[in-house]
Ligand binder design. Structure first.
Ligand code: NAP
Length: 613
């Protein structure tokens, strides 16, 4: 069956179908659904995957044949970049532009790509338009094949970027940092790795991302399962056959369970459904499923874009979701939802809505939007019991929405079942299968689409500690949350740039955030190098002031986050636990943060930072 043939006028459209009268009824329903999912442990419910030891088999890299071939290195560097994803690549490219070529890029992975190196599961695609997601499109002249390209295309693009800019000459893969310590006399970071390397670097750029380290659900018995199992970020194609476009032919005749229905589960499940004999989806919270609206790239259009188009397109995309006057040509589900909400606000309150009108209109329009998505589920999913389980009852941005034209259809197959574990969690995993709702089902394969460590400390996620000036440890300083100026530098950890979600902005297009962070870091490094500064770090006052900006920002979202169903964005319902940087401090809206940084750079005074010479 094609989705276009089902009952609602057009399941690919975004027309909210119904007005909402009784907000109180929606509030009650949403609160009841949230309460079912709240756990006493919050983010600690998950089980970590250790590098060595417990569950380390879930961390093994399926894309390399053996350990690193080259022996231990000892190098003096101007800059050491930890991480070879978009950030590491951008840093390398931009360092060359400011005349620094004595740098290395380290990664535990076997190649460039970061997220796109690891996440090669079947169905993987970017959920942000590729024209604004892929970096340096104007410089490379590369034309993405589709509006939302496959992960393999992004990974291949990363490799071609690395080739074009000579990054492979600077790369050291299959190398994990085990610790860093500041040498005050030399004004250098001493960085050690699991391969016995020792680097002495004037500057270090590192990150501890939300999606770096996979984790497992808090279900007992995972280690007892005698069948096959893996995490989606370590997909085992030797077992399933195929590649990210499908063809999982070795799953024929197999019974497969998948736990997790976030953005990853959404992309994987239709692929499993296509090939396995039986698929059981263990779902705790459904994800909103908006139309995908993918299309082949119109190459003539793409080539007709004027110079500077990518920067403009990115900026307009980010800005339009907060600023009514900005129009974005992207016009996808993100934009349509934001515009729908803003129209509601301004039609309720004119050009100057009161706070009450604003809050009320956002809530009402969100319920309307979700009614549309629930109607879409009814229109596509034939089995009413399955359809009920797939409907979402939480505010849209409580979780990252998903986009798919195949996901809901997969549930129309008799071979695909869904088990709702919201009220009755999965009891345990046994040698042969999964026990849930009093029933044990047997499986050949269990796929964990259960996400990544987001609610842990910076050093937990990074997997190493940093020893700064005067014996100060980052693990101690950041034990209850990150503390920086502008999300980059932290006092007593000079010349160490922290990148990723460290008191910066949160935006839909993370590639844009990375670009802005890289530009800012280059500016500061360039200033240090040209002025001959040995060290740079924030003053205590400046760091404290930025902390206040962050806590004020968080305070504006607290009430809303508390109403949300548990997830990464509200630290699984425990928003007082500041280890998760998304609840402890992010600047919203992102475009204002970028403007703030640009203005700070424009002043040219490095305000809030101190240098030593
Ligand atoms: P995720 O969003 O953290 O989802 C994890 C899933 O596992 C959730 O459905 C969660 O249910 C479920 N889960 C965890 N513990 C469970 C348990 N004990 N029992 C049953 N279910 C359990 O992870 P993800 O889907 O891998 O996504 C990670 C991040 O990457 C997200 O921010 C996502 O947006 C992003 N991503 C982006 C793309 C893209 O650009 N195309 C693709 C994939 C992922 P609950 O919701 O109830 O906790």
């Amino acid at each position: 069956m094609n989705e276009r043939n089902v009952g609602i006028s057009d399941p690919h459209s975004f027309v909210p179908s119904r007005k909402v009268d009784r907000l109180d009824l929606f509030r009650e329903k949403y609160a009841a659904e949230r309460d079912k999912r709240l756990t006493k442990d919050g983010a600690d419910q998950f089980q970590a995957i250790d590098f060595i030891g417990k569950f380390s088999e879930f961390d093994a890299d399926p894309h390399v044949d053996g350990p690193r071939e080259s022996g231990p290195m000892s190098l003096d560097l101007d800059v050491l970049v930890v991480g070879a994803g978009f950030m590491g690549m951008t840093a390398g490219i931009e360092l060359e532009k400011i005349g620094i070529s004595n740098y290395k890029i380290l990664d535990v992975a076997g190649d460039f790509g970061g997220t796109w190196y690891w996440n090669r599961y079947p169905g993987v695609r970017c959920d942000v338009e590729s024209y604004i997601y892929l970096p340096y499109l104007e410089e490379t002249g590369y034309v993405p094949t589709e509006r939302y390209v496959r992960g393999s295309e992004i990974f291949a693009y990363c490799q071609s970027l690395a080739q074009k800019y000579g990054l492979y000459d600077h790369a050291l893969f299959q190398t994990r940092v085990t610790g860093m310590e500041w040498d005050e006399d030399a004004a250098r970071w001493i960085v050690r790795t699991d391969n016995g390397d020792e680097f002495r670097a004037r500057f270090v750029a590192t990150q501890s991302g939300l999606f770096m380290r996979p984790h497992l659900p808090g279900i007992p018995g995972i280690e007892t399962f005698a069948g096959h199992s893996f995490h989606t970020s370590r997909w085992d194609y030797k077992y399933t056959g195929g590649d990210d476009s499908g063809n999982l032919d070795r799953l024929r005749g197999k019974k497969v369970a998948i736990i997790g229905t976030g953005a990853t589960g959404l992309q994987v499940i239709p692929q499993l459904a296509e090939y396995a004999d039986e698929v059981v989806v263990y779902q705790r919270t459904p994800t909103q499923v908006m139309p995908r609206q993918n299309a082949q790239t119109d190459v003539d259009w793409f080539k007709s874009l004027e110079p500077g188009w990518q920067r403009e397109r990115r900026a307009a995309f980010d800005k339009c979701v907060q600023d009514r006057a900005t129009v974005s040509d992207v016009d996808d589900g993100w934009v349509k939802f934001a515009k729908y909400q803003m129209d509601a606000v301004y039609s309720a309150g004119g050009d100057n809505p009161t706070l009450e009108q604003y809050v009320d209109a956002l809530e009402r329009s969100d319920y309307e939007w979700n009614e549309m998505l629930r109607d879409r589920v009814d229109a596509v999913v034939e089995d009413k019991s399955k359809a009920e389980k797939l409907k979402t009852y939480y505010r849209t941005m409580c979780k990252r929405p998903g986009f798919s034209d195949e996901y809901l259809l997969a549930f129309n197959k008799d071979s695909v079942d869904i088990v709702d574990t919201a009220s009755t969690p999965i009891e345990r995993i046994t040698e042969t299968g999964i026990v849930a709702d009093g029933q044990e089902r047997e499986f050949d394969l269990i796929v964990y689409a259960t996400g990544f460590q987001g609610g842990r400390t910076w050093t937990d996620k990074a997997g190493y500690d940093v020893l700064g000036r005067n014996g100060n440890r980052l693990s101690k300083k950041f034990a209850d949350g990150i503390s920086t100026l502008h999300g980059f530098l932290s006092k007593d950890f000079p010349n160490l740039f922290l990148l990723g979600f460290t008191q910066t902005a949160t935006i839909t297009n993370i590639a844009h955030l990375i670009d802005e962070q890289a530009a800012h870091m280059m500016y500061v490094i360039d200033q240090c190098v040209s002025s001959g500064a040995r060290t740079i770090e924030p003053t205590a006052e400046a760091e404290e002031a930025w902390g206040k900006v962050m806590s004020d920002q968080t305070a504006t979202r607290t009430d809303w986050l508390l109403t949300c169903t548990p997830g990464l964005y509200n630290n699984e319902g425990k928003i007082a636990d500041a280890r998760n940087p998304l609840v402890s401090g992010v600047y919203v809206p992102g475009f204002q943060y970028f403007e703030l940084l640009e203005k700070w750079r424009g002043d040219g005074r490095l305000e809030g930072l101190v240098t030593s010479h």
